[in-house]
Design a protein around this ligand. Structure first.
Ligand SMILES: [Zn+2]
Ligand SMILES: [Zn+2]
Length: 215
């Protein structure tokens, strides 16, 4: 990957005031929150700490308890933003077992945040600037184009906020292997599509359309 691409997030850290308004969700002196340009789900935000040292560290080890505490309010802000965005656009028409067991659960912000949004980082980040993913678990997006896109959020390659920090940075080759060769398992019903991404993709579209309708 070219260094230009790797540093594509630098502008958000350095000059958030120059970010187009449709991308920018929020910024202050500590963080910038943006809509991911290549969303892998209906709602997909990135939180970028702006501290010059922190931004260059590896997210699996840099997010210590102290740093996480200082970022907690921004995680919450991103989660609430996603709840509002998603629920103002869609309604739930069929329960999702273990996520929204009842239709009403969908409009309960705490349940929505707990069950339908995930917060975490990638074991092998594709971007140099430290960023935290805050993303809905529908994986319904035209930008979800390859097997590794799905597995980078649905395998051990993805490290949830609550599991951080790790004691050491995961072994790169082992993590790459996971997103290349892991089984594709539907996040709604656990059906296993093994290696068949096109089938999973079609199925994810059906799952989304079965459960959600535009308001
Ligand atoms: Zn990332
Ligand atoms: Zn399914």
């Amino acid at each position: 990957m070219s260094s230009f691409w790797k540093s594509a997030l630098q502008i958000y850290v350095k000059n958030p005031q120059k970010v187009p308004s449709e991308e920018l969700v929020y910024y202050d002196e500590k963080v910038t929150i943006i809509n991911d340009k290549f969303p892998k789900s209906t709602c997909h935000l990135l939180i970028l700490p702006r501290d010059g040292k922190l931004t260059l560290q590896h997210p699996t080890i840099a997010l210590t308890d102290r740093i996480k505490d200082s970022l907690e309010e921004y995680v919450r802000m991103a989660q609430e933003y996603i709840f509002k965005t998603f629920t103002s656009k869609y309604k739930l028409v069929k329960p999702i077992p273990n996520v929204f067991d009842k239709i009403e659960d969908f409009n309960d912000m705490e349940i929505f945040i707990d069950k339908f949004i995930t917060v975490g980082v990638h074991s092998v980040p594709s971007m140099a600037n430290l960023h935290i993913h805050v993303i809905t678990k529908d994986f319904h997006s035209e930008k979800l184009k390859y097997k590794n896109h799905y597995l980078s959020f649905n395998s051990e390659f993805y490290r949830k906020w609550d599991s951080l920090p790790l004691e050491q940075i995961p072994v790169r080759d082992e993590m790459i292997d996971l997103v290349k060769h892991g089984d594709l398992i539907c996040c709604y019903c656990n059906a296993n599509f093994k290696n068949q991404f096109a089938k999973l993709k079609k199925h994810l579209n059906e799952e989304f359309e079965n459960h959600f309708k535009l308001k």
